[in-house]
Design a binder for this molecule. Sequence first.
Ligand code: ADP
Ligand code: F6P
Length: 462
Amino acid sequence: MGLIVLSNREPYAPTRNDNGELQWTPSIGGLTAALDPALQHAGGTWIAWGEQHPDVTDVDLPTEQPRYRLKRIRLSDAEVRDYYYGFSNRALWPISHYFIERTQYHASAWRAYVNVNRRFADAAIAAYQDGDLIWVHDYQLALVPRMIRDALPNARIGFFWHIPWPSVEVFRTLPWDLDILDGILGADLIGMHTPDYVAHFQNTCRRALRADTSGDLVHWKGRAARIVDRPIGIEVDAYEHLATSPEVEDTADRIRRTLQTQILLGVDRLDYTKGIPERLEAFDLFLDRHPETRGRVTLLQIAVPSRERVDSYRQLRNQVEGLVGRINGKHTQGGWSPIQYIYRGVPRDELVAHYRAADAMLVTPLRDGLNLVAKEFAACARDGALILSRFAGAADEMPEAIQVNPYSPENLSDAMRTALQMPLDEKKARLTRLREHLRDSDLHAWTDTFLHELKLQDHGGA
Ligand code: ADP
Ligand code: F6P
């Protein structure tokens, strides 16, 4: 029995070096950060969009020690524009995060979404052998479970929705709401990160689709799909091991020596859901309210570019750069600038060194499906405090974090002060409890549990 995984984003992006050889660099984002170790553990086939060098079709990954086969789907420029930047990231992404005013519902984008979902489904159907498990991921591929189900009625199909599922009132603004629900309900087992998202999804099925639900089942088209909350974990041991390696410790010490201040850290894709402008404004307020901290605290924001062809993302980039300039211009004194802004992705070991160097981590999304950065920080921190938005899916699992409302600059500013003044014993005690939980529900447990449940799922009776 094999495993076939489908996602829009591929785990590694190819680039050619000076000798013309292909090099594979890890993609940045929560989905691939979670699924690559999972596939390395389980083996199988991963079907994804081959963005760069689309002429390369199949490859065994990771290149130095292959564990699974990546099948790369080539998309035309028009498909990328309408399916990825269009329907996925101008319609489904903003409504799922409650940003209705940023949505654009275009029929042409919808048609491209249907066609590209069909291409992914066909690739899975072609790769399928009797008894395989098929696991489809995320909002870019919501129609794929139904398309595979129609061709392979007996296949075991799992689906994981990695972002929030919004309230039915919001979801129903989507003109293709019923198609998306019907698409997902082609799966036997549907996973989401929190009980709230599951409850919203069930309510949406009842209200929009008029489907019956009982317990964790949704009855639809003569079948029963099971819907469960199963938040993703991280590879705790691997992160802890890296965090305590001499090289990473040295880099963390160097970061602290260079800045010579306490460090507040932010690490995000540059996405309007992540609350970066709100965080910067709150830091400005913090410095106004606590002038004695000037010269003694630095906010280090590392933001990786994301989806730059979408207007909202370009506007965000300008907004963030403007705020960094304004706040630095206002408070800079005697060689100290309050905000250090890094606009790129950093390699894993450098990222972990930053987690290690930080006195406090700011994970303050306005809305986030889960947020792996919060978990990575908790696994790696030396003795830092975690400030976590109540609107991140991970908040349910992390009561030891300082939980905040990112819409309130006062609340965020207070949390910065609390974190920076927290006694060492308390920070360590909180980190210990956070790590215990991370360990109980790590990434491998997530993968194994989901696949085990999928295998056992009785997909016959409705
Ligand atoms: P999302 O899925 O929205 O991208 P997550 O927080 O769940 O958000 O996952 C983001 C992943 O990308 C994490 O594994 C994190 O380490 C990584 N990441 C985010 N920003 C950066 C960055 N600037 N440089 C390197 N890695 C990053
Ligand atoms: O985790 C949510 C998600 O949208 C994933 O589906 C995606 O891979 C990741 O964030 C990064 O976004 P993108 O693939 O659009 O760069």
